[in-house]
Design a binder for this molecule. Sequence first.
Ligand code: SF4
Length: 82
Amino acid sequence: MAVRDDSWYRLAACRGMATGLFFPESGRPDPAVVAEAKAVCAHCPVRERCLAVGLREEHGIWGGLTVGERRTARRAQPGEAA
Ligand code: SF4
């Protein structure tokens, strides 16, 4: 069984912040909440790693991208169906 390495999270800009900021209500999250979360992600030193981990997550903001933005990013990857 593979063990997931989550050690990168120790450097996360969001560490210790309210989880609700990065996991707003699904459906139509408050744009102000999303903007606040993205502002934190914008200066996060582990943003790329976070996005790589969260690219297939169906909830929350990972690497500064929303669910829909990650879906678009996945489609842009080589070998992914459009
Ligand atoms: S990119 Fe955003 S969600 Fe990911 S670890 Fe950094 S601050 Fe947290």
